[in-house]
Design a protein around this ligand. Sequence first.
Ligand SMILES: Cc1cc2nc3c(=O)[nH]c(=O)nc-3n(C[C@H](O)[C@H](O)[C@H](O)COP(=O)(O)OP(=O)(O)OC[C@H]3O[C@@H](n4cnc5c(N)ncnc54)[C@H](O)[C@@H]3O)c2cc1C
Length: 427
Amino acid sequence: MKTALYKFYSWGRSTLSISSKNYLNSKKFQHNSLAIGKSMSYGDCCLNQEGNIYQITDNKIISFDKYKGFITCQSGLTIADLHKITIPLGWMIPVSPGCENITIGGAVANDVHGKNFHRYASFGSHIDFLIILKSNGKKFFCSKTKNVTLFKATIGGIGLTGIILEIGFKLRKIDTILTDTYFKTFSDIRCYLPIAKEFDSKFEFSAAWVDLSNYSCGRGVVFGSNFSKQKYLPTQYKKKVLFKLPNLKINFINRITSILFSKIYYLRYKLSFAKYFQNTIFDVLYPLDSIENWNLIYGNKGFIQIQASCPKNNFVSFFKDISKKILSKTSSPLSVIKMFDKKKSFGMLSFPKTGHITIAIDIPNKDFSDKFFYEIESIVDKYNGRFYLAKDSFMSKNFFYKSYKRIPQFMKYKDKNLTSSMYKRLF
Ligand SMILES: Cc1cc2nc3c(=O)[nH]c(=O)nc-3n(C[C@H](O)[C@H](O)[C@H](O)COP(=O)(O)OP(=O)(O)OC[C@H]3O[C@@H](n4cnc5c(N)ncnc54)[C@H](O)[C@@H]3O)c2cc1C
């Protein structure tokens, strides 16, 4: 019998795999397989060209202590579905990426980071235990005290050590979903670092937008948010979606629209009298989620997100080189910077490195080529940086081994029957 094949896309819609699809029956799993969550990764870690894919949809909350905030859930639970239950009771995920539709399994496998890295590190630091299924059918309980190295390999282990079945972790207590957000504009990238340091010391959540639409010396806006003193928890939590983008198959993003958007965005904050506004934690964490399918704005060919980091002392020169390179070929409407300070990530292949600054740059796929990427890679290499695996589809094997030093140790815990397009390309 011929196996049916399906097209799987990652979030940028610029990378895909042709794979078979199966359902995990919780026993042994087949050779050449990969477990995925909601395919919200931009790169090819959630694809498996010429392999098999198990999309994990088991999403039960197994236990929840509403007094202490301890929760155990199945790995296919999304953050949004978790929040539906926990937000009205005053608990939320301690670390969240910029999208609420990802699964907890995906959050573990990429050891996701958020705007509160400087206070809460990445998600892996909050996990009490994991239950992992290996391909021989054996289940492993691992934690900071049991099967510790398997635990460290699985956090940020891009799904290659075993299928994560259950996760136990502690939620963050909240009294309100309201937040007070402050901002400061900067006209030159050299001014970013002192403002970022000030904002990290004052705010639980902080990140900056930077103008990469045309040559602007790296102007931008730093945002910082804290929970408000005003207590408010909704009795029911429902994700706010303003509208759903239809699939018009047209790319709306080019140099002109990027410049226009960036100008308006920058001036809106630059010219504002008030340097403060009240919003909600969902506006702070998930600004893009209010437009469903916003990734379709880049049309048929999709887009690429390049997310790299380098030591903060090199950041100004790194930014200048990267922006010059990007602007020689294309432009970006959306570039975000975040400092990874004070805290440390837990996993062997976790991306955030203490003392680094990361930049994430969205660019249309139509302006992209492998050659262009390797020119960017040589800049990241020059400044002792690295790329985030969740966003990558192009990095060279040499640079991967150079910038992720713990690969040999990680390989001891890789399950021989698990693979991915990323694994086939990079390892
Ligand atoms: C709008 C947007 C904003 C984002 N912002 C951020 C951000 O701020 N910070 C950040 O860190 N990331 C960010 N991301 C990336 C995203 O958080 C990660 O890529 C996340 O891992 C996606 O989760 P997923 O459930 O879709 O997993 P998938 O993309 O489907 O899979 C990701 C990886 O997890 C593995 N995996 C998933 N489930 C399992 C399982 N049960 N067992 C074993 N392996 C599994 C897969 O094999 C794959 O390697 C953002 C993504 C989007 C779309």
